[in-house]
Design a protein around this ligand. Structure first.
Ligand SMILES: Nc1nc2c(ncn2[C@@H]2O[C@H](COP(=O)(O)OP(=O)(O)OP(=O)(O)O)[C@@H](O)[C@H]2O)c(=O)[nH]1
Ligand SMILES: [Mg+2]
Length: 371
């Protein structure tokens, strides 16, 4: 972006009164929302010179997603304490504050992965109530292409409901599928959202990211109207899931392999719960010199990013976020146990751990259309 000191007065006024392009990127836990937001933000900055800001959302405590996006160098705001739908004023306050402080060309916002009725309770109110401030892009929903075929006939209501809300479906992880698998994923998505455009992409290879960037920068607006589903319908599914988040200080006495450290925590989750119940477990380790982030989604462990060397020699912060179909008691025991057991497996101490573990309270959406 051209610095304000190099612009004419007219250009400064235009920039100050211009509406900010706004894209809400929904989709289920582990689908690939944060990876896409950070990749897209980088792409828009490097290829198009655009300044991008990010809003993350969760129930509470320290978020791996926020740390990951901040480490990538973007202005990030967190909306905590529940879904954007029940914290809408805070969501808008954050968006306005970002506009004031970093004047982004684009804001990308990620609702919690179990969010429902995002089109009617967030995207619609945003475009209807703030038309002079925000230019709202079609509602984008990320769907994990490797799991799309199982949407049909699944007992779970939330993932397929999210697809039905989409104006554009972004099919992620296509690098892990052959042509036949991709076709199956497309067919499954089209059956749920016949009116939605489908853009397959891979955050790994970059394929398709240019199409998403073009859409993000286009003048295309969100127009879809969809009757809200009764949010009580999803309550049991949401409350069957627990949220664990913790931060700890990790001090190695000898150098420790970051992959081994992160994998040990993920392995404890993988060994304790069936893959279908493991929505998303994330581990991030950061110190001034090094950083690593790894994730477990169902039975798939992936390294999402590394900074510096793969060995940790100095004091670091360890953040663990786990979203699992289990009771808070059981999830807490497993994840706390995994962190507490680290000193018995590596030459390090773990101190100052803070944690939260609970099943989210039912949400109260502020705007419900057509119930
Ligand atoms: N192979 C592959 N992996 C991907 C792709 N996109 C995301 N991932 C991986 O999928 C996992 C989950 O990605 P996230 O971006 O954290 O998913 P999310 O939707 O933000 O998840 P929540 O915040 O839990 O709702 C990570 O291990 C990513 O590296 C992709 O296109 N290809
Ligand atoms: Mg995320």
């Amino acid at each position: 972006m051209i610095p304000e000191s190099h612009l004419s007065l007219d250009a400064i006024v235009e920039r100050m009164t211009a509406r900010t392009r706004f894209a809400v990127i929904g989709g289920y836990l582990g689908a690939g929302k944060t990876t896409l937001m950070v990749g897209l933000a980088r792409y828009l900055k490097e290829r198009h010179g655009k300044n991008v800001a990010i809003i993350t959302n969760d129930q509470g405590h320290v978020l791996v997603d926020t740390k990951y996006a901040s480490e990538a160098g973007f202005d990030v705001r967190e909306v905590m304490g529940g879904c954007f739908c029940s914290t809408f004023p805070e969501f808008v306050r954050n968006a306005r504050s970002i506009v004031q402080t970093s004047r982004p060309d684009v804001i990308l916002a990620e609702p919690i992965g179990t969010s429902t009725n995002i089109l009617s309770s967030v995207v619609e109110p945003l475009r209807a109530q703030y038309p002079e401030e925000f230019d709202v892009a079609p509602f984008l929903v990320v769907v994990d292409a490797t799991r799309a075929a199982s949407l049909e006939g699944s007992k779970r209501l939330i993932p397929s409901h999210q697809v039905k809300e989409a104006e554009v479906v972004l099919l992620s992880k296509t690098d892990r599928l052959d042509a036949e698998g991709l076709e199956r994923a497309r067919t499954a998505v089209a059956a749920l959202a016949p009116d939605a455009r489908i853009i397959p992409y891979s955050a790994r290879t970059g394929k398709g990211v240019d199409d998403i960037a073009s859409l993000t920068l286009s003048a295309e607006r969100s127009i879809k109207v969809l009757k809200s589903e009764d949010h009580r319908k999803f309550a049991a599914e949401k409350s069957a899931m627990s949220w664990y988040s913790s931060t700890s200080k990790v001090s190695p006495s000898e150098r420790v392999d970051l992959y081994d450290l992160a994998t040990t925590v993920l392995r404890a989750a993988a060994d304790s719960f069936p893959p279908d119940d493991l929505a998303h477990v994330k581990v991030m380790i950061t110190s001034p010199k090094v950083g690593a982030k790894m994730s477990l989604v169902a039975d798939s462990v992936q390294t999402d990013g590394v900074r510096g060397s793969r060995y940790l020699g100095d004091e670091a912060t360890l953040v663990v976020n786990a979203r699992v179909m289990a009771t808070p008691k059981r999830l807490g025991e497993v994840m706390r146990g995994a962190v507490e057991a680290l000193p018995s497996k590596f030459s390090l101490t773990v101190n100052d751990t803070t944690e939260s573990c609970y099943s989210p309270r039912p949400e109260t959406p502020m705007f419900i259309s057509g119930l």
